[in-house]
Ligand binder design. Structure first.
Ligand code: KG4
Ligand code: ZN
Length: 346
């Protein structure tokens, strides 16, 4: 059995985890920077980098202590090498390189998106090839995961990522950062039919997304309703949140419906999987589940704690690579931009 130590620091979560080759998470130490960035309404890169540096040593020690292991028991070190905020990525990569050199362990440079993409193999042993909707704060893509390092991108967003659209709408509704979970909570008290919002790209037969038109419509509706009521009432917040979320579910049904038709035509896909922070959204999960059922495919979503950024997914992606002999030279550079389609294949 192999044990891989994973390190994640590409956005606003600092995390270290230990995962074994049977898919058991032996330890997870994680610190979120949410409160550091909340006053600014978004992630501030300089604050993020410094906070990663302040936390990462402690989390490394905690993960090993929690698992009652020493670094000698670890077979390889996996670290997020991008894409992400470069200051944070550098902090994690430097720890990974230092550990690998000091403890004489193989080092694996993991693409953060591949971490999200392979999570359903850690949690549910999903077999290749599978369809994946990757929806996070920075990414919004439909993919066929053919194997480790082997991705076919069917479509992407032409403007905002879905998590970004959630966060921006939440901000307009006066909800605290990060807005996605807050907006979902507010939507529970609202009427999803209170407002009718546009479905950008409706009728287009491809697999791309666009959310900027929806965002503008939400802004205009809030302005109009506030003018009418004299203030932003809890009812307006709940109704806009519910209507926005219902519109997103309908947009995904159409766009992902196209993607699934395309994917199943070209590949013997085994499942429909969803990954990334927005996959924690229950309404979206239910919509995707029924879409998968229409295509006679099982639907797989990781539990919310493994959908948002974490180091277990990085350790697991590292394990998948390590098993295939995909080890990296310690000279690799942290990357701010690193598309999945540029990955080394097994
Ligand atoms: O994957 P992730 O943790 O970080 C990135 O790599 O981007 O995703 C964070 C994004 C944020 O935009 C956050 O608002 C969104 O995921 N998110 C949600 C929910 N939970 C997190 N969006 C909608 N509903 C949720 N329940
Ligand atoms: Zn992420």
């Amino acid at each position: 059995m192999m044990i891989v130590l994973g390190i994640e620091s590409s956005c606003d979560e600092t995390a270290v985890a230990l995962v074994n080759s049977e898919g058991v998470i032996l330890a997870q130490a994680l610190a979120t920077q949410r409160d550091d960035h909340a006053p600014y309404g978004g992630v501030v890169p300089e604050i993020a980098a410094r906070a990663h540096l302040a936390q990462i040593d402690r989390l490394y020690t905690k993960a090993l202590d929690d698992a009652k292991l020493t670094i000698d028991a670890v077979d390889a070190i996996a670290v997020t090498a991008g894409p992400g905020l470069i200051g944070g990525v550098i902090v994690g990569v430097m720890l990974g390189k230092a550990l690998a050199a000091a403890a004489q362990k193989p080092l694996i440079a993991v693409n953060h998106l591949e971490g999200h993409a392979l999570t359903v193999r850690l949690t549910d042993q999903v077999a290749f090839p599978y369809f994946l909707l990757l929806i996070s704060g920075g990414h919004c893509q439909q993919l066929v995961v053919r194997g480790v390092g082997d991705y076919v991108r069917l479509g992407t967003t032409r403007d905002d990522a879905l998590g970004e659209a959630f966060d921006k709408c939440a901000k307009m509704l006066g909800l605290p950062y990060p807005g996605g979970p807050e907006l979902e909570a507010a939507a529970r008290n609202g009427n999803p039919k209170a407002y009718s919002f546009p479905h950008p790209m409706s009728g287009d037969r491809g697999c791309d997304f666009s959310f900027s038109g929806l965002k503008t419509a939400v802004r205009l509706t809030i302005e109009r309703e506030v003018a009418r009521a004299g203030e932003l009432t809890p009812q307006i917040v709940a109704d806009v949140a519910a209507s926005f979320q219902a519109t997103v579910v309908a947009i995904l049904a159409e766009r992902v419906g196209n993607g699934l038709s395309m994917a199943t035509l070209g590949y013997p896909v085994t499942a429909v999987a969803v990954a990334g922070g927005v996959a924690a959204n229950q309404a979206i999960g239910e919509g995707l589940r029924s879409l998968a059922a229409q295509h006679d495919l099982p639907f797989v979503a990781a539990p919310p704690a493994l959908c948002t950024d974490n180091a277990a997914m990085i350790a697991w992606a590292g394990l998948e690579r390590f098993r295939l002999g995909l080890i990296d030279d310690a000279s690799f550079e942290p990357r701010a931009r690193w598309p999945l389609t540029e990955l080394a294949r097994a």
